[in-house]
Unconditional design. Sequence first.
Length: 178
Amino acid sequence: MTAEQRLLAWLDDAVIGLSLCPFARGVRAELRTVISDAEDFNAAVRTVAEEAQRLIDDDTVPTTLIGFTDALGEFDDFLDALAAVDHLLEESEGAEYVQVASFHPAYCFEGAARDALGNWTNRSPYPCVHLLRRDEVATAIAAHPDTSGIPEANIARLEGLGADALKALWSGWALPDR
């Protein structure tokens, strides 16, 4: 299975299939997938910055999911890269146009236990950055009846499935060593 196939299987099986994001199904057909072969932190941040600028400059470029096959494997490095990307977007005023969502194989919410099932809402086969247009996000949120309830509903759904079911689902697209 290629990296792109893994990411799209994760998107279809987990994000859309488990209804973790009520907006994902609507943008799935338009999703631009980028598989980055960046090998280090700086190259990964540069890739995200370039893709964000592309999204800003060209309104025909759809929402973009960037998967890193070689860089940002350590969760702390990934968080540092996200902070660097946020800083670059703020400095360039790109934050007015682009929203960043993040996913990682070892995703762990601050204050959560590493094995908490709620962490799986943001776990993916590769470190990933999803770039979205802020105006489109605002429109989707305005049309949704209860966006504030999404995280709690997701955690309840994952806890209802249980660790064994999540691991079985994950085995369909996860990398063997993760």
